[in-house]
Design a binder for this molecule. Structure first.
Ligand code: AMP
Ligand code: MG
Length: 414
């Protein structure tokens, strides 16, 4: 069986992954989705010149020479609250009291802040000149009709949703979220609420995989546990073909009951089954069945998660229309010696901390591929390349960040 590098496996897999189709969704459901259309502004934002202050709409000329001793005195024609327009234009010597956001009346070219004025009945006194156009937000200053608002491929955040609403786009076209079928395999497995007889363990992979799929922005469809028979596996895989992608865990090694690759082949997959030169991880079955990518991930609880991160997450992101497929990586200084052997890429579970001298990484301790706690403690994976033998305390290492809190702080920073 061919042994290939992690890079080779990722590249080969991504070559087979196609971007899914699109769907229309309400903007309230579009957060975190990837936009699949180019959107331009159908009208100006703001639509009209409007006041940036509570104050008085004036003619710039009327304030010439105004001072504390000789205030300009203007006749108040009325109020313009936000949401209403002046009933008639104003002429020389006239003003409107105007509220923030209200349209500037015809005849006015400047707004004076309320704080710089004093009103007496129907007359307001203004105590200083002010530059022409002051405190007016111009029509179209945020967006002009025809301007590009958001382009296809953009990951939609809260501000995009707000801007889309402002141009009356209540629905947008986004890429579909992949539906991912999850199959756990093994006679030793029981579900979380079932009784644990001797020799049985809970299928934790069913749950870590559902969480990983959700965390990647896709929709998990758990198909439960398949027993270690060809028939049971075939049944689950056949049902899984309703999804956009299939993931199984376990049953891909060379044990007597490891039938996953045979079953994928029986169902017509053009199979790629490799030993990937990585640790943890190692066996990986990948094939495309009826156009659906199918991953036979290893069974060990750490291996399955690390393999998911390297192979499945980028695939889900590609299917979902993302341009950026890969997790962030940082440079860190190793805090201790780490033993690795040449010839495989290692993913050492570690905890990353930011210090004044940059990031530092400490391993989570024992690295057994069945020790899920090493994954639970980890905020990153120290990636030791295959051509490197071991890491010494003080060495620079590259760390793939897993932390969902990455970049957040416990301390206030301003
Ligand atoms: P396998 O590749 O099927 O031989 O599985 C390798 C190891 O992972 C064995 O110790 C299994 O018991 C364990 N394992 C397989 N599937 C699961 C699962 N769904 N949840 C937890 N452990 C699993
Ligand atoms: Mg098994």
């Amino acid at each position: 069986m061919a042994v290939i590098s992690v890079t080779e496996a990722v590249t080969t897999i991504l070559n087979e992954i196609l971007v899914l189709g699109t769907e229309r969704v309400a903007i309230t459901a579009a957060l975190g989705r990837v936009l699949a259309e180019d959107i331009s502004a159908p009208f100006n934002i703001p639509p009209l010149d409007n006041s940036a202050m509570d104050g008085y709409a004036v003619r710039f000329q009327d304030l010439q020479g105004a001072s504390a001793q000789h205030p300009a005195r203007l006749k108040i024609l009325g109020d313009i609250p936000a949401g209403y327009s002046a009933s008639k234009p104003m002429s020389a010597g006239e003003t409107y009291r105007i509220m923030t956001g209200a349209p500037v009346p015809a005849g006015a070219d400047t707004v004076v802040m309320q704080e710089d004025t004093q009103a007496h009945d129907q007359v307001v006194e203004i105590f200083q000149e002010c530059p022409r156009g002051s405190h007016i937000r111009r029509a179209g200053e945020d967006l002009s009709s025809g301007d590009s608002v958001v382009t296809g491929g953009t990951l939609l955040g809260p501000a995009h949703i707000g801007v889309l609403a402002s141009i009356k786009k209540s629905q947008v076209t986004v890429y579909q979220r992949p539906r991912v079928a999850i199959i756990s395999t093994g006679d030793e497995l029981v579900d979380v609420d079932e009784e644990l007889f001797a020799g049985k363990i809970v299928s934790s992979n069913s749950y870590s995989l559902q969480a990983l799929v959700l965390d990647s922005g896709a929709i998990p469809m758990s198909l439960g546990i398949a027993r270690d028979t060809r028939e049971a596996l075939r049944e689950k895989f056949a049902a899984a073909l309703h999804a956009d992608m299939i993931i199984s865990s376990g049953g891909v090694s060379v044990g007597d009951y490891d039938f996953v690759k045979d079953v994928m082949q029986d169902l017509g997959a053009e199979m790629k089954f490799w030993k990937v030169a990585m640790r943890p991880g190692n066996p990986l079955a990948f094939g495309v069945i009826n156009g659906k990518p199918a991953f036979g991930l290893p069974g060990n609880p750490v291996s399955v998660m690390v393999s998911f991160e390297q192979f499945v997450r980028p695939s889900i992101r590609k299917m979902s229309g993302h341009q950026k497929l890969f997790r962030p990586v940082i440079e860190a200084t190793a805090q201790e010696n780490v033993e690795t052997r040449q010839g495989r890429q290692y993913f050492i579970r570690c905890m990353v901390r930011k210090t004044a001298a940059g990031y530092v990484a400490t391993t989570t301790g024992e690295q057994g591929s069945g020790m899920l706690m090493s994954m639970a403690k980890a905020t990153g994976l120290m990636m030791v390349p295959a051509d490197r033998e071991g890491v010494k305390a003080g060495d620079k290492v590259t760390v793939q960040i897993l932390d969902r809190d990455f970049g957040y702080s416990e301390t206030l920073y301003y």
